[in-house]
Design a protein. Sequence first.
Length: 115
Amino acid sequence: MAGEPSWFEVGVGDIERGRAFYGALFGWTFATHPEGGSVIGTPGLPGGLHGGDPGATSMVFYAIDDMDAALTKVAELGGAHIPIPEADGDAALGRFAICRDDQGSVFGLHQRPTA
């Protein structure tokens, strides 16, 4: 179903400190991703943790069925796609895009993997 939260991302300055903090606070587990960062194991919504981003806020990604169509719709509605190469994703996790709505609020889109 499109529109429900499907992924969250936490940016931190130091990834090892982030793993220690959130692991101790929430009991999360972390699997290292081949491109850097971690995939977070939670009892609910899957997520990621990436380093090198001091002061970043957490971001929710909303499920969509067709990334290209969704990005076209964002632009039609007055929003914008913020191109960030690392956010494109991979076959195992799906496609990701970071956008701004027509008022400047940042949000994410997530097209789940097909396999």
